[in-house]
Design a protein around this ligand. Structure first.
Ligand code: NAD
Length: 258
């Protein structure tokens, strides 16, 4: 019996939103595994910069255009990847759109958020997951949030201008956690696994009063950086996690355990 491997060598992985805060670090860590990595987002020029930086380090990284809020764009990306690489081994749904800026943000912004972050995420599972199911293997890793697990902690934001949080984010990140279970059940018999990660807050030079309170509330005493999420993503994409599906795993330094 061979031991399940943590390697992603010879696997083709699609990462959406590979140039953002968490996404850039994920792109770097996934590229290092030796996988063939495809980055996809709306701004393909920005992604091409990331792909070129990683290619210069000897990794195999491509940039593709995707508007996750548009089914034709999801299908077009699926078909381009299928023609060039065949069925994906792994998909990381990391992209997010944040159109709504506060509790009383416009209804149109809420709808726009759902188009990308709810309908779009479902379409990524539908189109890419179906092809993985037909291939009889695959792993989908959703990047959720601790804000899909718990409500806003308003007390953290006192004395800052960050406290007006939008409801759409809490809605679709919570939805993502249970959509994970839906697709884990649907695709499980076809050997396609679907798991959700719930990252904590990413350090981005937030105001000092917030930083202090957030870190005090977190067991490991700090916010996340660009290297904190990759290990869990690689594990869930790899065969080492081959009996794990339908799980929500907080990667939050213990924030939600307290
Ligand atoms: N930043 C945090 O503190 C934090 C905390 C917990 C969870 N997360 C989660 O981590 C993931 C990455 O977050 P981030 O902060 O790095 O985000 P970000 O805003 O820096 O990047 C988001 C990416 O999504 C892409 N995107 C937006 N709309 C798109 C669309 N319609 N089609 C395709 N791509 C689109 C953007 O181009 C961008 O590359 C998200 O799922 C987010 O919810 C972030």
């Amino acid at each position: 019996m061979s031991f399940p491997t943590f390697s992603l060598q010879n696997k083709t992985i699609l990462l959406t939103g590979g140039a953002g805060l968490y996404g850039r670090g994920l792109a770097a860590m996934l590229a290092q595994t030796g996988a063939t990595l495809i980055l996809a987002a709306r701004n393909v020029e920005k992604l091409q910069v990331v792909a070129d930086e990683e290619t210069a380090k000897g990794h195999t990284v491509f940039a593709e255009a995707l508007d996750q809020g548009d089914e034709a764009s999801v299908i077009a990306l699926h078909d381009r990847i299928q023609a060039k690489f065949g069925p994906l081994h792994g998909l990381v749904n990391n992209a997010v759109l944040r159109p709504m800026k506060g509790a009383n943000g416009a209804v149109e912004q809420f709808a726009e958020s759902m188009r990308v972050n709810a309908t779009g995420v479902m379409l990524m599972h539908r189109h890419f997951g179906q092809t993985m199911a037909e291939a009889g293997r695959g792993s989908i890793v959703n990047i959720g949030s601790i804000q899909g697990m718990i409500g806003p902690s308003y007390e953290l934001y006192t004395g800052t201008n960050m406290g007006d949080m939008p409801p759409d984010y809490f809605f679709h990140k919570g939805g993502m956690e249970n959509l994970t279970r839906f697709y884990a059940a649907l695709y499980g018999p076809k050997n396609v696994r679907v798991n959700n990660l719930a990252p904590g807050g990413f350090f981005n030079n937030q105001p000092e009063p917030f930083l202090q309170r957030y870190c005090e509330h977190t067991m490991l005493g700090r916010m996340a950086d660009e290297t904190d999420l990759g290990g869990a993503v690689i594990f869930l994409l790899s065969d080492a996690s081959r009996y794990i599906t339908g799980v929500n795993l907080p990667v939050d330094g213990g924030y939600t355990a307290k």
